[in-house]
Design a protein around this ligand. Sequence first.
Ligand SMILES: C[S@@+](CC[C@H](N)C(=O)[O-])C[C@H]1O[C@@H](n2cnc3c(N)ncnc32)[C@H](O)[C@@H]1O
Length: 258
Amino acid sequence: MAVVERVLGLLREVPEVPDLGAGYLNLLGPADEPAPTVAQRAMQSAFLPQIYEKVWRPIGFNVAKGWPFGPDTAQENDLARRRLGLGRPGDLAKPAATVLDVACGPGNVTRALAAGTGEDGLVVGIDASVSMLRRAVEDTHDKHVGYVRGNARDLPFRDGVFDAVSCFGALYLFDDPWAAVDSMTRVLRPGGHLVILTTRAPRLPLAGQALTSASQLTGIRLFGHDEVAAALRARGFKGIRLRPYPLMQFVSAQLPAR
Ligand SMILES: C[S@@+](CC[C@H](N)C(=O)[O-])C[C@H]1O[C@@H](n2cnc3c(N)ncnc32)[C@H](O)[C@@H]1O
């Protein structure tokens, strides 16, 4: 079955005439919604997707993860695949998992997760930005990856259809991150795995103040050390593991199997 049909099969409501003209399933209007913050405006620009994966992300994220002591992108991807119950790129047999990558941007994490799923697996990247998705489609040549334009706040998928859900480098941009976490929880099957990589407010008072001002200016939210883990605990997740970095945190958890 073609990837498009498999993605359509996961939807809560299938459009009568699916809009697939841009190479992804577009469930939002023709253009981006007005961006409420500086950071969100950057995500909609035509320029950022061109430098995002090779320049912006490695520099910004590696610094925030405490380079050279924190994990680089390859190590981060490796950890994500492990925590999501996926295989390693070189494995002969990999799980045929159905995976959702929330706020996939240009598809960098989506492709890394696809490298850990078998031929019968399906990895869906969802994002709201037209320019990010255009780049994701251009750079992805994998027949078990599909992209959707939709909002993380209210994911358009049926309950419990994903074995694994990731949300990297984006929770801090959402206007309502907890609605997005509710939505991710809803689409995950019992026993399914979730990983979130997001910001973490430093505990140093001076740095904390400077970053709080920067956060207010840009619209990038800084989460407290235990805030995300507590939100997952409150939603019934088990096996919560938190890896703190200087300005980021990697949180993984599993829904109880029924
Ligand atoms: C910094 S990129 C992250 C890309 C990738 N996940 C990574 O870890 O490198 C953040 C993405 O979040 C997307 N985004 C922000 N708010 C969103 C929302 N409400 N729904 C879906 N995507 C959203 C932006 O369009 C942008 O592509």
